[in-house]
Design a protein around this ligand. Sequence first.
Ligand SMILES: [Zn+2]
Length: 172
Amino acid sequence: MQSAGCRLCRIALEARGESTDGLADETHGHINSAGCEGMATFVTAAPHSMWRHLYDSMHAAQKPKSKLKFVTLDKESNMSTLWRREEFLRICSKQELAEKAQDIEVTIPVKKSQETWYNLDPGSFFVNRSWGRRPDRVAINETLKIIYILKFKRPTDTDDGFLEVKDAETNE
Ligand SMILES: [Zn+2]
C-alpha cells in the first residue's frame, strides 16, 4: 500500500508554510522519533519533563535533617566551573577528579565533530572534554562526602529545538 506520508509532519510543515514534498512514511518508528516534525517537540520535552518531575519529587521528600543538598546550577555550569566551588572542592580535588575522569573518558568514543579538537592535543583531549560536560542535576551529601551527578545535559540540548522547549518551561 502506498503511504501518503506522515500526517503529523504534513500538519507541522503546513503550519510553518513549508513544502510537504517528500514526507516520511507514517511508520511507528518515524512518529516515535525526533525526526517527525509533528512529534519533535514532544519527543524532546518528554525526558525533560520526566526528569523535572523526578527531581521535584526527590526535593519534596527531603526531611529537615536530610543530609542531601540539591545544588543550584546556572545555565553555564559545567564540571570545570562547579569544581571552583568550595562545597565541591571539599569533597574531591580537581586533580583527583581529573584522574578518574580520564579513565572513563578514554572509553567514550571521539565523535566526528570532536576530531579536530582531538587531533590538536590528543594528550589533554579527554580530560578537557570531561571538564566541559554540563551536569543538569546535582546533589551533595557533605557528611558522607558524596557528590551525585544525577544527569548530564546532552550536547543536543543546545539545539534550537531544545531551547524553545526550555524557554517554554521557564515561562510556565
Ligand atoms: Zn512525521
